[in-house]
Design a protein around this ligand. Sequence first.
Ligand SMILES: [Zn+2]
Length: 64
Amino acid sequence: MAVAHDVVCGMEVSTETSSHAEHEAKDYYFCCDGCKGAFVKAPAYHLENWAEEHPGVEPTPVAG
Ligand SMILES: [Zn+2]
């Protein structure tokens, strides 16, 4: 199991979550379909927000 970050709400999520989306060949995971839906509509917006609020933290899964 690995941990990823939901870039929409900021929660830590397991990669076993059912809400998963691919964007530019990277895998993103979400706590729920609501967050996934928001990401899919505006991925660049949410990734920018994430990077601003969490400098240096990759939202994509970290093994462990
Ligand atoms: Zn969420």
